[in-house]
Design a binder for this molecule. Structure first.
Ligand SMILES: [Zn+2]
Length: 375
């Protein structure tokens, strides 16, 4: 897995790019565009892809990419497990009337998974959930969720935030996968999964393939039953304590909507991921597609960047992801937002730290619109 390649299907004998995703080749797919796929692979895997008829172009060696972007300064600018807990605790203590830090579960390595509950009423039916960091290497997803919590607590006295917090509750869980994040911070920057020891000796289940709606119904590159693969779905639905923590929280609080932040590629994704069919309920589909388009406009209005709205499976098929489950099980508006940057050349999973704040700034009006419409 040491080189990042762009793969194209531009020769007459090459199979289509969708075929590349469908095959269980154990590739680490980073980005899917209309005319190319960016993935991390070993040289032997690239040879195999060329034998199949694909064109592969080396973008960068993984080691060089990490060395360029994951500088000590860049690492220090992001939260660790420890500093996140500290800052969440500080936020809760700054406004104890409305903010409360809750442990929603523990990870494989027994780290607490934290959620900040923000709102005055505890018996309200108006609740929303924001999450970050199902995938360890997607650090900016922690920061956007955390800064949203900070924004809500800091503006608790000002309308419309004050009205929202009177009406209901907003829960923010910035780091669903703390073990993976810590491993990514200290051992291997591009680590993706959790830190489960698998039966074959490999490590890690992909938490965003482990949810219980249509779980395990695909066995492809982007949703794999091979334990050593980056998108390993796990031995069964909700086999992982991280996804069980979210399952139990959602089952208890009965949220009206969910946004889960990931990176990268700048996309606004809505269900389904497991099939190319649209969701059958026309009214729900209309709600989500309209809201996705509105969020795109609001995001673009801040710094001019484009986040593309699309059905999740248009990116690539996945079974067992968070939003298929929250929509499939509870019928609530559910979005996966893929944050900055737009490309590997601009950092890929390792977003330069000076872009944390602008990424939050452009996502704030979209998050506020989601709260305004759905809470
Ligand atoms: Zn992700």
């Amino acid at each position: 897995m040491n080189i990042v390649y762009t793969v194209r299907s531009d020769s007459p004998q090459a199979p289509p790019l969708t075929r590349l995703i469908d095959l269980p080749l154990g590739l680490d797919v980073w980005q899917v565009k209309a005319d190319h796929v960016v993935l991390r692979a070993a040289e032997e895997q690239a040879v195999r892809l060329r034998q199949m008829g694909y064109t592969t172009e080396e973008v960068v060696e993984t080691e060089a990419h990490v060395a360029r972007f994951a500088t000590a300064e860049a690492i220090a600018a992001y939260h660790s497990v420890e500093t996140l807990e500290h800052d969440l605790r500080r936020l809760a203590e700054s406004q104890p009337e409305i903010a409360e830090l809750r442990e929603i579960g523990r990870s494989v390595e027994d780290r607490p998974i934290w959620a900040l509950r923000i709102g005055e009423r505890r018996d309200s039916e108006h609740k929303l959930l924001f999450m970050g960091c199902h995938h360890a290497r997607e650090w900016v997803s922690v920061e956007v969720a955390y800064l949203l919590a900070e924004h809500l607590v800091g503006n608790a006295d000002q309308a419309p935030v004050s009205q929202w917090l009177q009406r209901g509750e907003i829960w923010v869980a910035p780091m669903v996968n703390p073990d993976g994040h810590e491993y990514s911070r200290t051992q291997e920057r591009l680590w993706r999964k959790n830190r489960r020891s698998n039966v074959d000796g490999s490590i890690g289940v992909d938490p965003n393939r482990n949810y219980g709606y249509m779980w395990g119904t695909l066995n492809i590159n982007t949703s794999s039953h091979v334990p050593s693969d980056e998108t390993y779905v796990g031995p069964r639905a909700f086999s992982e304590p991280e996804t069980r923590a979210v399952r139990n929280l959602v089952a208890r609080e009965l949220f009206r909507g969910v946004i889960t932040y990931h990176s990268f590629s700048q996309l606004i994704l809505y269900p389904w991921g497991y099939t190319s069919q649209p969701i059958p309920d026309a009214s729900d589909l209309s709600t989500m597609t309209k809201l996705a388009k509105r969020m795109q406009q609001l995001i673009r209005g801040v710094h001019g960047l484009t986040y593309t709205p699309q059905q999740s499976s248009q990116l690539y098929p996945t079974a067992g992801d968070t939003t298929d489950w929250t929509y499939g099980e509870y019928g609530i508006p559910s979005f996966t937002i893929e944050l900055r940057p737009d490309s590997v050349q601009n950092g890929g999973f390792i977003l330069p730290p000076e872009q944390i704040q602008p990424t939050f700034e452009e996502n704030l009006p979209a998050a506020r619109e989601f709260i305004k419409r759905i809470l």
